[in-house]
Ligand binder design. Structure first.
Ligand code: SAH
Ligand code: DHB
Ligand code: MG
Length: 225
């Protein structure tokens, strides 16, 4: 065992429960080759996203923060053949890596990558009438998390699932006086999810290969605007 038992446990559980196929291995290899940071969700978290989308019976999914497309592939694999996932990515180089990965995974017809700041893409998606989305996954720039949750409320419907990654960040989220814009953004979004009457939310702290973090999970319960 290393000094971080949860890393060993995550390895054990990943080998046991989340055997990677060619496409998923290819995603991580392509991401490393393109010099992208190793910050995608872990395999056990990716499978959790997949299971949540399956439980929901999702036909439409929106993701903010594509990177190399690892989480998008887990989510899109829960879709029926006529389902759709739209993923928003700021960096055109990441989007290019992700598109190649989607093609390799045989999911190019189900996934659309939109390049640009998510706060520009979201109004366009609303105007095009592309919602409501059954699953809405937020995993991009934390300072904007509260605005992403507001958009999630506009682009989902009662019964939809909203998931927000990286809401604990090594415990920093418990510091109300933090000046870190990411911590402030995460706190604002989590407080919004807690208080909005349209949402039933919880947060799970996680440990694993990526250290100590957590994700927020909410169900849209009331009327959406
Ligand atoms: N969901 C991915 C990891 C995303 S990492 C996975 O688990 O596989 C965060 C991504 O969000 C990065 O690719 C980054 O370029 C992107 N990003 C950051 N700010 C953004 C913004 N304002 N709009 C859209 N994407 C953004
Ligand atoms: C970072 C971003 C992530 O989405 C993540 O899951 C872990 C780390 C980061 O920017 O450091
Ligand atoms: Mg993340």
């Amino acid at each position: 065992m290393s000094h971080e038992p949860w890393a060993d446990v995550d390895r054990y559980l990943t080998d046991l429960l989340v055997p990677h196929d060619e496409a998923l291995r290819g995603v991580q290899a392509a991401a490393a080759e393109a010099g992208l940071p190793p910050i995608s969700v872990s395999p056990t978290q990716g499978k959790l996203l997949h299971l949540l989308a399956r439980l929901k019976g999702a036909r439409t999914i929106l993701e903010i923060g594509t990177l190399a497309g690892y989480s998008a592939i887990w989510l899109a694999r829960a879709l029926p053949p006529d389902g759709r996932l739209i993923t928003l990515e700021y960096d055109p180089r990441n989007a290019e890596v992700a598109r190649a990965n989607f093609a390799r995974a045989g999911l190019a017809d189900r996934i659309e990558v939109r390049v640009g700041p998510a706060l520009d893409s979201l109004p366009a998606i609303a105007e095009e009438g592309l919602g409501p989305f059954d699953v809405f996954f937020v995993d991009a720039d934390r300072p904007n998390n509260a605005r992403y949750v507001e958009w999630a409320l506009r682009l989902t419907r009662p019964g939809s699932v909203i998931i927000v990654d990286n809401v604990v960040r090594g415990g920093a989220v418990a510091d109300p006086s933090s000046a870190d814009p990411s911590v402030k953004g995460v706190r604002a979004a989590t407080e919004m999810m807690a208080s909005d009457p349209r949402l039933e939310a919880t947060v799970l702290q996680t440990v694993g290969a990526k250290g100590y973090d957590g994700f927020a999970l909410a169900v849209v319960s009331g009327e959406t605007s």
